[in-house]
Write a protein that binds this ligand. Sequence first.
Ligand SMILES: [Zn+2]
Length: 268
Amino acid sequence: MNRQIKILIHTIVFTLLTLLTQIGGVVYLITFVFCRRIKYSFPLKGLAIFLIIYSLGTFVTAPLLAKLFNRERIVHHDNLQPANYMTVLMNRNYVRPEVNNYLKSVSDALHRQNQELMIRYLDANFPLIDGFPLLPHLSHSDGKKIDISLVYEDGSGTIVNSSKSVSGYGIFEEPRKGELNQTKACQTAGYSYYDLPKYLTLGSINDDLRFSEKGTKQLMLALTQADGVEKVFLEPHLKERLSLKSKKIRFQGCHSVRHDDHIHVQVR
Ligand SMILES: [Zn+2]
């Protein structure tokens, strides 16, 4: 293969791995060094070496280095888990210690009220470097942000702790007739990318599940009442539908993206 095309492909892979997992690009480079050093040849050698170094990086090195940036992995509890374990495998589960304290108090409060309801987190922050954004969430760069899944239920009204898309993003609880349609307002004002998350589903699942008003309201109350929370983003029509009064719940502005597929939390 032409040398320039090879360099271009490696650059694209390096960039993508870095944007998606932060450490993946560096692991990709280290893999080349090891591939050369290890003379023994076997099928999928490069991939095997990459996966071994990546696993060590994700589960050993990154948690240690994260401490230098005042970050740690989200601590899981019985009722606080990642919506998709890929979040953990891709190093998108790091927060400041204050956020873990906050999440612990939210999970304790919720556990006392409703043992069926689980807090299912989505993207948080990367382990290293303040200012390094976790795409596509530009603001998730300081260890203080975390996205949380809406709550869903089955036809009988029983809470089901699952998502409606593979990624946990992009399936919207649309405004009903008579409710404020913020998406329409933002798009009319020229913010055409306001509903960009519709491209981030990675496929829709669990079509039979529906938005749980009761479950999401309980979750929102726990999220806004615990100490340490600065603001929570939820689309205005859902705030109104759930009769939520907290001043912590804000509209994020048209320059951002819609929040009727997930909840965004920012801790002080
Ligand atoms: Zn967010």
